[in-house]
Design a protein around this ligand. Structure first.
Ligand SMILES: [Zn+2]
Length: 280
C-alpha cells in the first residue's frame, strides 16, 4: 500500500516536470495533484528528507514546494509531526460550498456578455458527450455507473470552466478551480472511507437508475440556454440552485448536524444510500 502511494506520487511529479518552470514549482504542482487526486490521504506526513531522497533533489526545492502548498492550504505544519496533508471536516466542506456559491455566479455574471459562439459550442459539446455516455451506461454494456461518474467529474468541471473562463479574471478563476478541486477531493476521501463499494461496483453492472444523472445534465442544459440568451439573472439563479442542491445534499449526508442552505429540514434518512453527484 505504501509502495503504491509512492509510485502514484512519482507519476504526478514526472507529469508536472515537463510543463512547470522551476524544480520547486514542478514538485509543488506534482504534490498538489497527488493531494487533490486523493493519492495522498488526509493527515499523511510529508517528510522533507523522504521526499528529497525519493525525487533525488536537495531539500531546498522540497522546502520551497511545501511552503507553496501551505500557502494554498493543502498542507499544514503541526507540532511534533511536521508537514501533513490538511484534512477537511464537514465545516470546511460547507465553507468551500459557500465560497463556490458566492464566486461562481459572480464569475458567470462577468462572463455571460463575453461568451462567444465557440465558448457556448464547447460547453454544449461536453454535455452532448455526457448525455451519450449516460445512454451507454444505462444499457450496462459499455460503461458502469461508476465509470460514468468518474468521467463526468471531469466533464462537469470542464463545462463550468468553459462558461466561467470568458470572465477573464485569473484570480477569480484560480480560486474557483481550487475550490472545485478541493470539493472533489473531499468527496473522494469521504466516499473512500464511507462507501468504498459505491466507487467500484461489480464490472458490467449497468446503471440502475439514471434519473438522478438525467436531472443533473438537464440542469446544465438550462444554465447553458440561459447563457445563450444572455439572461444573466436566470443563469445565475439556475447555477446557484444547481450548486446548492447537490452540495447541500452531500454536506447533509456527510456532515450530520448541518443547517441546510436550501432551508429544507435536516432530518437525514438513516441508511439511505449515498449517491454522489461528483461535481455539481
Ligand atoms: Zn455542474
Amino acid at each position: 500500500m505504501r509502495y503504491k502511494v509512492e509510485m502514484d506520487i512519482s507519476g504526478y511529479i514526472q507529469q508536472s516536470t515537463r510543463s512547470s518552470q522551476t524544480l520547486a514549482d514542478a514538485i509543488a504542482e506534482g504534490l498538489r495533484q497527488a493531494i487533490l487526486a486523493g493519492a495522498l490521504a488526509d493527515g499523511e506526513v510529508l517528510r522533507q528528507a523522504d521526499l528529497a531522497a525519493r525525487f533525488q533533489v536537495s531539500r531546498v526545492p522540497i522546502r520551497e514546494a511545501l511552503l507553496k502548498l501551505e500557502g494554498d492550504g493543502l498542507v499544514e505544519t503541526r507540532p511534533r509531526r511536521g508537514t501533513v496533508v490538511t484534512s477537511l471536516n464537514a465545516e470546511d466542506f460547507q465553507e468551500i460550498l459557500e465560497m463556490r456559491l458566492a464566486l461562481e455566479p459572480l464569475a458567470l455574471g462577468f462572463a455571460i456578455e463575453r461568451l462567444t459562439q465557440d465558448d457556448l459550442a464547447a460547453a454544449g459539446a461536453i454535455l452532448d458527450e455526457a448525455e451519450a455516455s449516460l445512454r451507454r451506461a444505462a444499457t450496462g454494456m459499455d460503461e458502469t455507473k461508476a465509470e460514468f461518474e468518474t468521467r463526468w467529474g471531469d466533464g462537469n468541471w470542464g463545462f463550468h470552466r468553459a462558461l466561467y473562463a470568458a470572465c477573464g479574471k485569473t484570480r477569480l478563476l484560480d480560486t474557483i478551480e481550487n475550490l472545485n478541486l478541493l470539493f472533489a477531493r473531499h468527496l473522494r476521501m469521504r466516499l473512500n472511507i464511507v462507501a468504498p463499494a459505491l466507487l467500484s461496483p461489480p464490472a458490467g453492472s449497468g446503471i440502475q437508475n439514471t434519473n438522478e444523472w438525467t436531472d443533473v445534465l438537464r440542469e446544465h442544459r438550462q444554465i447553458l440556454e440561459a447563457c445563450k440568451n444572455k439572461d444573466t439573472e436566470a443563469a445565475q439563479a439556475l447555477l446557484k440552485q444547481h450548486i446548492t442542491q447537490h452540495g447541500d445534499e452531500l454536506v447533509r449526508r456527510f456532515g450530520g448536524a448541518h443547517k441546510s442552505m436550501l432551508g429544507k429540514s435536516d432530518s437525514g434518512e438513516a441508511g439511505e444510500q449515498l449517491h454522489a453527484h461528483h461535481g455539481s
